[in-house]
Write a protein that binds this ligand. Structure first.
Ligand SMILES: Nc1ncnc2c1ncn2[C@@H]1O[C@H](COP(=O)(O)OP(=O)(O)OP(=O)(O)O)[C@@H](O)[C@H]1O
Length: 779
């Protein structure tokens, strides 16, 4: 028997031993969970039966209420217990499928024994509750698995550094719950296992990478300094993966201090939400809230304005419909220069300029806007706008009270008493009962009327009071509009876009670039309602945020640490954050880079790196072999569609399932989908409304493919007519880097200049003058 075989046999024995332990624990737990579930169901049943009885007599009702309260507490305690057991059950079930994926043998300096440390997605303790069958991948000792090759190594325990020697590093191949193989590894974590994992076909959801996290990714995952973290990583280098494992790591490391509800992930599009949704549950952690920045803007402003989506903004650019002033607007409103202007204007509002609304009840103006303005600007100018607004609010609320008193004699009030509901009458009745000893019958009737009128007035004034408490007496839109009233001799860009901005605001329309400045203005003006409970914000595709947006996020989440993940090569928007130096001026962050691309084969990376901006970061492929990409230059549009059709067939014949055709715009995506469907090919059109990832062929514009990957990709019409400006270079790079195993680009006639600049040895170029026609469905 070879040494390998003997070790493998020993490993298999241990593997089964651990699985048996897990199975036994699962059996026990299952019985317990079942028992608690039955308890909970019985309790719930009793609870609802009790609710329906004994509520007619007052004494019984009080008794029932007390007993219900007690039962409700007991029930929720049992439910909590049930949830905990259920969670342990799910954790053990996950471990049963794959108890561990790696092992290191470590001899601590000064000790003689070598400890075998098995590493898995969560810990499994032995009966003595001290030793481990399996260590959680996030445990301090497990960090050596990711950070060191065999030899001298160390890890950071809670308050000391432990040094020693790693005598073995091993990885396991586990499939369908069985140990199928193992690799003893050298320098990096098993190229062998990584090769295997990366060679697999794509899935509709992202997978976790804990078994094969690379050293440079581990630095991101375990970055614990109180500073922000900027990750600049090339396409496919594992930024999103590292971010998700980082969330799981931080939730483990700061258990008790940090919860999933205190973390927030800003993601690029709704499809991406679903794509990454499985990773945290797979790692045994709760999902964290995910939101797109647009969705956030919608929540804040959507009731008052129509807001352009970022995708519609991009479409304006991509379809060539963009005017010069719109381009200026996109860049200017995204800039810190414009933020400074807004800040300056906000400063001036201390002395003049705030616009107010009349405080009106029905047709009667209680306090006029002019009066509010006079009152406001008479207050001490050393006080901030926010302090003065809260004083003004108190003044208005007092005026409302006065008005309410006066209305008590209004004739219409009696007529409207019917607007009151049963509860109001009941409350008035109870109040009278409390007071009845002090008045005779006649007074009682009058008093009842009075109480009812008072209740009615309070009810009628409630919405107004609510608005006033929210400072809605300040007309923020009109105040903001005044910023655009006059030209500014020192600011050409401002003058260029001033009138258009004014008109759009008047029409209650906000372009995507205008929404954040307006929201910022409003929040600062009224006093920022800071989201103090959020402790950690993760910004994926950070290069797509503007500096203004980033400054906004820094302000609204002041207690939060930020992790920004971006790729300067994939900047799609005109306002894109592709200058690290400017970015660093906003945040004192640590910067880590990821240069190796894991998604694609070496051939695909070598090609796509030719499309990246040359002066930016270097891009290295992970060595995995495949075919060179193909570029087909064809004479007619019809030929292009046929080529796409043929390529899809060829990809499917090779066993690829997740196929994508990536276009520049949504209209093109629609056109291609229609053509394919007419030609008996099932293709799914992906739009901004698509939340679920269908398996099979997808057709989508490049901005919706962000962050996602496919087995094989066809980039639609890469001709010079189509991709010619600077932004187009980023688009081509982003589209081409979505492919894992195969890539084809089709061009209607001459290819784009960016492609001509790519090293010709990295792809196969085919010029096709003729193609087998016709196919069904052609016009
Ligand atoms: N250490 C790793 N082990 C296994 N797979 C990995 C590893 N790192 C990255 N990958 C895989 O590489 C692919 C790209 O990862 P990911 O999507 O996280 O990269 P990204 O940098 O966010 O990409 P992009 O910016 O292009 O969207 C995924 O399939 C991911 O599972």
């Amino acid at each position: 028997m070879t040494e390998y075989n003997q070790s493998f046999e020993e490993e298999q024995e241990r593997f089964h031993e651990v699985k048996t332990v897990i199975k036994n624990r699962l059996n026990k737990l299952m019985k317990r969970v079942k028992r608690i579930r039955t308890d909970v169901l019985d309790l719930r049943k009793e609870f609802f039966e009790d609710v329906t009885v004994n509520l007619t007599e007052m004494d019984d009702a009080i008794e029932t209420q007390a007993s219900l309260k007690q039962q409700a507490e007991f029930l929720s305690e049992r439910e909590r217990h049930h949830d905990q057991q259920d969670q342990s059950f799910r954790q053990l079930t996950r471990l049963y499928d794959q108890p561990y994926f790696g092992r290191i043998d470590f001899k601590e300096d000064g000790e003689t024994a070598v400890d075998a440390i098995y590493i898995g997605t969560s810990s499994l303790l032995k009966k003595n509750e001290e030793d481990f069958y399996v260590y959680d991948w996030r445990a301090p000792i497990a960090s050596m698995y990711y950070d060191y090759p065999p030899g001298a190594s160390q890890y950071q325990a809670i308050d000391e550094t432990i040094t020693g020697e790693m005598t073995l590093k091993r990885q396991y191949v586990v499939k369908r719950g069985e140990l199928e193989g193992m690799f003893d590894t050298g320098l990096t974590i098993g190229d062998g296992l990584l090769q295997q994992v990366l060679g697999e076909t794509a899935d509709t959801t992202m997978k976790n990478i804990v078994a094969t996290i690379q050293q440079e990714q581990n630095k991101i995952i375990r970055h614990e300094k109180k500073k922000d973290l900027i990750v600049q990583g090339v396409a496919g280098s594992g930024k999103t993966s590292a971010a998700l494992q980082r969330i799981a790591y931080l939730l483990y490391r700061f258990r008790g201090e940090l919860t999933a509800e205190q973390m927030l992930l800003f993601s690029p599009n709704p499809l991406f939400h679903t794509y990454v949704s499985q990773v945290l549950p797979e790692l045994g952690e709760d999902q964290i809230e995910q939101v797109t920045f647009y969705h956030y803007l919608e929540q804040e402003l959507g009731r008052r304005f129509v807001i352009e989506t970022p995708f519609d903004q991009l479409e304006v650019l991509l379809t060539g419909e963009v005017t010069e002033s719109r381009q200026v607007n996109m860049q200017y409103k995204a800039s810190l220069q414009f933020k400074e202007k807004v800040d300056h204007y906000l400063e001036q509002l201390k002395y003049r300029g705030l616009a107010f609304r009349n405080i009106r009840f029905r047709d009667h103006v209680i306090v006029s806007k002019q009066e509010l303005s006079r009152y406001f600007y008479k207050m001490d100018q050393n006080e901030s706008v926010q302090v003065r607004l809260s004083q003004l609010r108190d003044f208005i609320l007092a005026s409302l009270k006065e008005e309410q008193k006066q209305l008590m004699d209004a004739d219409w009030l009696e007529d409207e008493l019917e607007l009151l509901d049963l509860d109001d009458y009941q409350a008035a009745y109870e109040q009278i009962e409390g007071e009845q000893d002090t008045m005779d019958w006649f007074n009682q009737t009058e008093r009842e009327q009075q109480i009812l009128k008072l209740r009615l007035i309070n009810k009628l004034f409630k919405p107004l009071r609510k608005k006033i408490k929210r400072l809605q007496f300040v007309d923020t839109k009109r105040t903001y509009l005044r910023l655009f009233d006059h030209a500014d001799a020192t600011d050409e860009q401002f003058n260029h876009v001033r009138l258009e901005t004014r008109q759009q605001l008047l029409d209650n329309f906000l372009t995507y670039e205008d929404a954040t400045p307006f929201l910022y203005f409003e929040k600062v003006c009224l006093g920022f309602d800071e989201q103090g409970s959020i402790q950690h914000v993760i910004l994926d595709e950070a290069q797509d945020y503007s500096l203004f947006q980033l400054a906004y996020l820094k302000r609204i989440y002041p207690n939060s640490q930020m992790t920004l993940l971006g790729d300067v090569h994939q900047t799609l928007y005109l306002h894109g954050l592709n200058d690290d130096h400017v970015l660093k001026s906003l945040t004192d962050a640590d910067v880590l880079t990821l240069n190796k691309s894991y998604r694609a084969t070496e051939q695909l990376v070598n090609f796509s790196k030719g499309l990246a901006k040359q002066d930016a970061y270097t891009i290295e492929p992970f060595v995995r072999q495949g075919d060179k990409p193909n570029i087909y230059e064809v004479e007619t549009e019809q030929m292009m569609m046929h080529k796409i059709y043929d390529e899809l067939q060829a990809f499917q014949a090779q066993g690829f399932e997740q196929l994508a055709i990536i276009t520049k715009t949504k209209q093109e995506a629609k056109k291609v989908t229609d053509w394919l469907q007419l030609n008996d090919t099932q293709a799914h059109l992906v739009t901004v409304e698509t939340h679920e990832f269908e398996p099979g062929i997808k057709v989508l514009p490049v901005y919706l493919a962000k962050g996602i990957e496919f087995d094989a990709v066809i980039v639609y019409d890469v001709s010079e007519k189509h991709y010619y400006n600077e932004l187009d270079q980023y688009l081509l790079y982003t589209a081409s880097t979505r492919a894992m195993h195969a890539l084809t680009l089709v061009s209607h006639q001459t290819v784009a200049p960016w492609l001509k600049a790519v090293d010709a040895s990295t792809y196969q170029h085919h010029k096709i003058m003729e193609i087998q026609l016709p196919k069904k469905g052609d016009a």
